[in-house]
Design a protein around this ligand. Structure first.
Ligand SMILES: [Cu+2]
Length: 271
């Protein structure tokens, strides 16, 4: 095949880019945000970066000013400070605390309450997808309730390092662990939650962009921690329904009452 001229290749890539921007896999900046609410986290990170940059410029400017202004003509001497200088310092600290930390704190509380920890809203959605995840050294097992809608029954769908969710509806995950503390990290959805032996923890998110995304473990959980990777596949609703029908049929055929390792689920926790 003859190579495309550079200009034509560039034009083609621009057209392709405009049609559908593929999730970014590498480079600088935050991971591609495939979720409906990840922008809330990104806004806080960008606000923090901006605030730090502004404060850095102010402080560095003042230091530079003092350096240049006084140079060698200013012999060092101790001063306890004047009322004005102490007031200025305290005022600056109060301003940073209120404007930066206060803003971050208020937004965090509101976002947690209304979105990231709002399990009541997520669960009340008629099409909400519920998944049980069991973390173990060193993989993620997933469990879907199957046609009866109840977990830990014969028709459950059990997967390994493979979770699939539809786009546009809330997903609620209940998490546990059988050995050590793991942490389910979905960087493309801006959520992360510890999986703790003997407890059931939760996380919720809503996917916005179809694609394949990483499920990573964010707690160092043993020598093969780095291998603990799964794939979260976001599908259009009709393809998710088709996948579910297929794996439910497979699950009915594959059910083995003797296979104790596959029967790790629990009754869905409501609280
Ligand atoms: Cu782990």
């Amino acid at each position: 095949m003859r190579p495309l001229p550079v200009a034509a290749a560039l034009a083609l890539s621009l057209v392709r880019g405009a049609a559908a921007a593929p999730p970014r896999k590498e480079g600088y900046g935050l991971p591609f945000d495939a979720s409906a609410d990840g922008f809330r986290v990104d806004e806080l990170i960008h606000f923090t970066l901006l605030a730090i940059a502004v404060i850095f410029v102010i402080v560095a400017g003042m230091l530079l000013f003092s350096l240049v202004r006084h140079r060698r003509s200013h012999p060092a001497r101790y001063t306890p400070g004047s009322k004005t200088s102490i007031g200025f310092a305290l005022g600056f600290v109060a301003l940073v605390l209120l404007a930066v930390d206060g803003t971050l704190f208020m937004h965090t509380i509101v976002d947690m309450r209304h979105v990231f920890w709002n399990f009541a809203a997520a669960e009340s959605h008629p099409d909400a997808v519920r998944i049980e995840v069991q973390a173990h050294q060193w993989a993620w097992s997933g469990r879907y309730a199957g046609p009866d809608g109840k977990f830990n029954t014969q028709d459950d769908v059990v997967t390994l390092n493979d979770l699939r969710v539809p786009v546009g509806v809330p997903v609620v995950v209940q998490l546990s662990s059988v050995d050590v503390i793991h942490s389910m990290n979905l960087p493309n959805f801006r959520v992360k939650q510890d999986a703790v032996p003997g407890d059931v923890t939760r996380l919720t998110f809503e996917a916005r962009t179809p694609g394949e995304y990483e499920i990573a473990c964010a707690q160092h959980c043993g020598p093969n921690h780095y291998k603990m990777r799964g794939v979260l596949t976001v599908l259009p609703p009709e393809r998710f329904a088709a996948w579910l029908r297929t794996v439910e049929a497979d699950a009915r055929r594959a059910y083995d009452p003797e296979d104790a390792e596959a029967h790790w689920g629990w009754d869905w926790r409501t609280r």
